[in-house]
Structure formats: C-alpha cells, structure tokens
Design a protein around this ligand. Structure first.
Ligand code: ADP
Length: 459
C-alpha cells in the first residue's frame, strides 16, 4: 500500500502531484533545492527536505540525495514528474532495488523506450507505422550519408538519447549532411552524454499528434485520445489541444490502436504518451514514446474528466484502472498555452526575475496549473514556465474564445518581467490556427509574416 509519496521534482508538477496525493489520502514529501525554499510545493507538502544547492546537477538530478531523502522520510513511492530524472532508467532501477515504488513504468521499459533507435525497433516489430529511417543508430557520418541517400533528402538526424527538441538537425541535401551530422552529434554529446545518432526521413509540414496511454499492472491498456501539439518553436511545444482539429474518427481509431500496440510492445505500465507525426495525406508515423506524465496532460483530463495523476498513483498501488476503453467519453474541447517568462520579441530570451504582481485568470471553463504567486522569484536555474493555462468547453470555438478572454485577464508584473502572453494571444487570434490548420511549421511561418508589434509585451 502506498501511504507516503516523495515527489522528485519542483514547480507546478510537484504541486500537481501533492494535490493528487491529498485527494487520495496519501502523505506527500517535497524535496527542494536552496533556490526553492519558499516555493509552494515546499509549503503545501506534508513534509519537505532540502537536497542541495540551486543547480539542478547538484539537486533535482542527484539521484543519491533523493534516495537518501526517501529513506529519511520513509516513503513507499517516488513520483518523478516530468523532466529531471523522470525518464532515467537507472534511477527507476535504484528505486526498484530499494523497494520503493517508482510511479511510472518498469526500468526495463524506460531503458528500451529511452533509446529512440531501440524504441523504433521494438515498436516496428508490432507493425506500427514508422517514419522511414535507419535501422538503429548509424556508426559514422559516411554510413549516415548512405542511409540518407537511400531514403532520400530531406532527412532529420536525431540523437538516440534525445529529448526537449535537442540533438536534432535537418539536412536538405548531401552537401549539408556532414555539417548537420556533426552539429547534432556535438549537441547530443553535450546534452545527453551520448552522441549516437539515427536518421529519419524529414516529413515536411506534419502535424504532431500524440496519444495518451494508461496501463495497469493487470494487463489492461487503454488510450485516452489524442493531443495535437503542432504549435511548436524549435521542436518545443507552446500550445496543445484535444481533440485534434485534423483527425477523423477513423484516424483516431487507427492511431489509438497503433498507440496501444506500441505500449504493448514495451510491456507498458502506468501513464505514457505515444507520439506520431501525421503528414498532409493523413498518413501517420510513430516517432517516439515518452515514459512519463507529460506537461500537457491536463487537456486530456479536461476532455475526458479523468484525473491522470491520481490514476498514476492508484495504478502504482496495484489497483485496476478505474475505466475501460469503452467508458471513456470525449465530451469537450480543451486548449493549453504554456505561459513562460520570456521575451517574444527578443528571440524568446528567458526573463528570470521577481514577480511583483500576479493575477491568474479564472471563471467558467478555465484551469491554471501554476506554482507562481505575487512576490515569487523566477529562478534562472530552471525552466521559465510560469503556468499552464487551460480552457475548455463543449466546442473548439468555445474553448478558443475562453482562451482569448483568459489571456486578456492574466497579469504577471515585475521590474524586468516579460512573458509570452501577447504571443499566445496573437496565435489564438490567427486565422490559420483558428481554422485548425497549424502544422509544426506554423510558428516559423507566423513569425515571418506577423509584425512584432502584434506580440510585443507592454512594459
Ligand atoms: P524530442 O524527444 O526531443 O521532443 P521528438 O522525436 O519527439 O523529439 O520530435 C520533436 C519534434 O521534432 C516533433 O514534434 C516534430 O516537430 C519534429 N520532428 C521529429 N522528427 C521529425 C521528422 N522525421 N520529420 C519532421 N519533423 C520531425
């Protein structure tokens, strides 16, 4: 039985897990770095333990310190959130060895899906459609070039250990291949300590559509529909929505089935996400599986009415899934904007600093998941996300008009504080986005054709 959970994370997701624990009657333990001493998770958890100095390397990424905290607090389980150690198979294994339940899949599954080339191979065996590419990692630039010529340019060179859009370069022809290969390799070595690369056909202007999976320890795997995450900048998501305005019911069925097959291939347990690219002709291709709760899980919750984080905790406790495929109803439309402290007219430069005045929108159909308050200091040590602003309603149009309304109410003020709120406002109003026609190229095109004045933050 899980009675007490340590949350190996910070910020809004730590708060999200604390809330789920409280509703289930489980005790929560926050860990924190010295920079997060005054944070809401520290104040709201049942217990809090400082694990080190501000830098992530010395705190939220230090598995040994986290395991010590888990021992001191005598917890039964660890929820890793997203980012940090959430997809670190060694950490999950360490939990398994210490008889602490890791709230996520088995370490062997994380290892298998964490290497994207192995994940492709695993899922391919189950006949899930795949972007054409190399069989496993390529050993050298010349081997990579050979594969690229075989599948045809343009290609995308990707790090097997990749994540967060890093270690990924597009090569449009043989002449530029070497340069892109070397850049991707150097980036991957620096970011992941693993320079291994694989090659995929570069799909022009696809949509990024992912399926939420939930699997219990009793062999049941279901999907909770899709999220369209095509609004991205530098391969990083900005706005997500569910359902996708592009999917037909037939495609949803086929992709949902493929997502479940991918999860079966990985012997999956707990929450996961199967990511696909969908081309203009509506062909879909598996790209990767994320073995953790996603940032954007809330839109699925608002559409289905299912609390995914509570479900993660009860599944880890050994309980059966509280629903089956047929009982899931997709009754609403939901949209999320990731609100960040960054300057949209200065190359989206992060703007850490003090928030003097904070007022989050509310009212019918609005949800704000955030750890921020008036007087909060956005630390330069971590990502710049302030909140996830979600709206929902019976129709896409309703969710969109609520998003416009909510964004117009949002106040985040501070001396040098700038946010991407005006940028999100401009996108929500944009006719291409509004028509549900955004592909992963959308933001690049939008930035090229939209005058900066339309999304310049007011000081
Ligand atoms: P990460 O794990 O770093 O997020 P993904 O494999 O999930 O990397 O890809 C992130 C994004 O990069 C995708 O949503 C898509 O926009 C782009 N991308 C990845 N692979 C391809 C591809 N083969 N063709 C076109 N775009 C791609």
């Amino acid at each position: 039985m899980i009675r007490k959970v340590l949350i190996a994370n910070r910020g809004e997701i730590a708060l999200r897990v604390i809330r789920a624990c409280r509703e289930l009657g489980m005790k929560s333990v926050a860990i924190y770095s010295e920079a997060d001493e005054d944070s809401l998770p520290v104040q709201l958890a049942d217990e809090a333990i400082c694990i080190g100095p501000p830098s992530s390397q010395d705190s939220y990424l230090k598995a040994d310190r986290i395991m010590c905290a888990a021992e001191i607090a005598n917890v039964d389980a660890i929820h890793p959130g997203y980012g940090f150690l959430s997809e670190n198979a060694d950490f999950a294994e360490q939990c398994e060895r210490c008889n602490i339940t890791f709230i996520g899949p088995k370490s062997s599954t994380i290892r298998q899906m964490g290497d994207k080339a192995v994940a492709r191979e695993t899922v391919n065996k189950f006949k899930v459609p795949m972007v054409p590419g190399s069989d496993g990692p390529v050993e050298s630039e010349s081997e990579g070039l050979k594969v690229a010529k075989e599948i045809g340019f343009p290609v995308i060179v990707k790090a097997v250990a990749g994540g967060g859009g890093r270690g990924m370069r597009v090569a449009h022809n043989a002449a530029s291949f070497g340069r892109e290969f070397e850049t991707a390799k150097a980036e991957a070595e620096k970011a992941f300590g693993n320079g291994q690369l694989y090659i995929e056909k570069f799909i022009e202007s696809p949509r990024h559509i992912e399926f939420q999976i939930m699997a219990d320890h009793h062999g049941k795997i279901v999907h909770l529909g899709e999220r369209d995450c095509s609004v991205q900048r530098r391969h990083q998501k900005i706005i997500e929505e569910a359902p996708s305005p592009f999917l037909t019911p037939e495609m949803r069925k086929a992709m949902g089935r493929a997502a479940i097959k991918a999860a079966q291939a990985a012997d999956y347990q707990n929450a996961g996400t199967v990511e696909f690219l969908v081309d203009a002709k509506r062909n879909f291709y598996f790209i990767e599986m994320n073995t953790r709760i996603q940032v954007e899980h809330g839109v699925t919750e608002e559409v289905t009415g299912i609390d995914l984080v509570k479900e993660q905790l009860t599944i880890a406790n050994g309980d059966k899934l509280s629903f089956d495929q047929r009982s899931i109803k997709f009754q609403r439309h939901s949209i999320e904007c990731r609100i960040c402290a960054e300057d949209p007219v200065n190359n989206f430069l992060p703007c850490p600093g003090d928030i003097d005045l904070y007022y989050a929108p509310g009212g019918h159909g609005v949800r704000v998941d955030s750890h921020v308050y008036s007087g909060y200091k956005i630390s330069p040590y971590y990502d710049s996300m302030i909140s996830k602003l979600m709206t929902f309603g019976r129709t896409r149009e309703l969710a969109l008009s609520r998003m416009e309304r909510a964004l117009s109410e949002y106040i985040v003020r501070g001396k040098h504080m700038r946010t991407n709120i005006p940028f999100c406002q401009a996108i929500i109003k944009d006719p291409v986005f509004r028509a549900g026609k955004a592909t992963t190229r959308f933001v690049e095109d939008f930035l090229a054709r939209t005058p900066k004045e339309l999304f310049t933050p007011q000081d």
